[in-house]
Design a protein around this ligand. Sequence first.
Ligand SMILES: [Zn+2]
Ligand SMILES: [Zn+2]
Length: 303
Amino acid sequence: MYTMENLNINHQLTTFNRENSDQKHCWVCFGTDDDEFEGSRDWVSPCKCRGSTRWVHQICVQRWVDEKLKENSSIEAHCPQCNTKYIIVFKDVNYFVQLLNKIDKTSNQLCPFLAAGVVVSTLYWSAASYGAITVMQVMGEEEAISMMENTDPYLLLLMLPAIPLTLVLGKTIDWEETLLLMIQRFTSNLPFLRTIMPSFLCEPINRVNSNNPVQFNPVISPTTTLCAALLLPTTSTLVGNILFDSSSYSNFQKTLLGGLVYIAVKGVLRIYQRQHNAIKDKTRKVIDYPDSESEDGHQLNIL
Ligand SMILES: [Zn+2]
Ligand SMILES: [Zn+2]
């Protein structure tokens, strides 16, 4: 079995050892004109190399090309010595096969774009449908339909998919974290605030003096963010209908108020949770391993 390295070494050896020889020598198999085997008469001079490395058996150089193309079928095969690109020709196939090959090649080039187009348009229409459903949910069906009928269709095609996009982007803004940091800064400046909010007595942000502060926030996965963002209109409508169950509000106002209440309550709970997690993080401590001999029979309560 010929490997790439073997062939390279063969090639160089041939160059050095047989520099002044007139006889044809194959730099792959070391064969000469005198050696007889199948294909031994079929010589080729495929590159700019002259002298002893000029000649190579057709079957031997084919093996070299095969090795090269096995690594990467898109690259070309070169002479390992002079780096000349081998000129490789094929026997002509008939027009029908040529046409079939061309169709294959073209479809291979086009299909990635087509597939991407299908994915993008699927996402677009899903987003647009979601937008339309959300508008109906928030404004009420009749109002939404009349509004959409009176809006420029092109504007609608832009606005409807923008609804879920805005919701998701809005969800990625971590306003709770910013607010938490602000509260923490305020409470350290204004001592009386600490008496109102005892849980802010600690200043967990200043705890770690390393450059790599410990992450105490719960990790929220992208799918959770996506679901929470897309469910926000539904939740807002629900909260709005429960809290503001009066005919003096329109559907839109109810959803808006419901959404604000929901976001505010959730924000407060999140900040509370984060602060207490931060305190838990601050109180972390590694303790002595209990000596089982001296505390014989004592039940250990390890976390
Ligand atoms: Zn050979
Ligand atoms: Zn060469």
